[in-house]
Design a protein around this ligand. Structure first.
Ligand code: SF4
Length: 233
């Protein structure tokens, strides 16, 4: 039931969350991982009360037909919401294109919603050996790899993106991540620099997030993919 979608917030207009689309962004409450660099820590708890009802969001969206192109589901982790499949279908019925931001932590749920998606952005956090060190969740590497495979097999337009902080993902680890991702068949990678706003990890905030990265590494990564981009925080 879409009524079980826990809505943590709604951005009524965004031009940066869904390429080529003016979109509204629905933030979902709750995430099972605890990444140290998370800048949406207020969205992690499943106990926090939703800020509005999904039906109210749908009413808002119905009034934006012709003004918006798409709707993005972000989080938190939207694939942990039981109501996501029905919410996507409702948004499609209103005539909007659909997008998802996910960390790929629930590959089975991701597979279920891929048929109703026009675009997916998945955070790829680390090479397999370092994944749990970032997410705090032992099975996160295998879950993320399964989600990467599901996205690639679906044919849905997508981007894989990685947040870099030198303490969590030093240059050699980022290189390994890129090799693993390319080995799975990914053709597009976006590297995002660490964003301090919203991060509550005092150690990370005190450290130099960018040490060791530079043009040589970026050129190496660019050579592994058809499309490579650096995105500032
Ligand atoms: S997966 Fe995303 S929302 Fe969840 S803790 Fe990590 S960065 Fe935050």
């Amino acid at each position: 039931m879409a009524s079980t979608l826990a809505v943590a917030g709604l951005v009524p207009l965004s031009s940066v969350d869904f390429p080529g689309a003016l979109s509204a962004v629905v933030f979902c409450q709750g995430c099972a991982w605890r990444c140290r660099y998370c800048h949406n820590t207020q969205l992690q708890s499943f106990a926090r009360r939703p800020t509005q009802r999904w039906e109210e969001v749908l009413t808002f969206l119905a009034g934006r037909r012709g003004l918006l192109d798409g709707v993005v589901f972000s989080g938190g982790e939207p694939t942990l919401q039981a109501g996501l499949p029905e919410a996507l279908q409702a948004v499609r019925r209103l005539g909007f294109r659909t997008a998802l931001h996910t960390a790929g932590m629930h590959p089975a749920a991701l597979r279920r919603v891929l048929p109703w998606l026009d675009w997916v952005a998945m955070d790829v956090k680390a090479p397999a050996a370092r994944y749990a060190g970032i997410t705090g969740h032992l099975a996160s590497a295998s879950r993320a790899a399964a989600s990467v495979r599901a996205i690639l097999a679906s044919g849905v337009a997508h981007e894989f993106r990685t947040t870099v902080h030198a303490s969590l993902l030093p240059p050699a680890a980022l290189r390994t991540l890129a090799q693993e991702l390319a080995g799975l068949g990914a053709r597009r990678l976006v590297v995002q620099t660490f964003r301090s706003i919203g991060c509550r990890d005092a150690e990370l905030l005190a450290e130099d997030a960018g040490v060791g990265y530079g043009p040589t590494l970026w050129a190496e990564l660019a050579a592994m993919f058809d499309t490579f981009a650096l995105r500032p925080a």
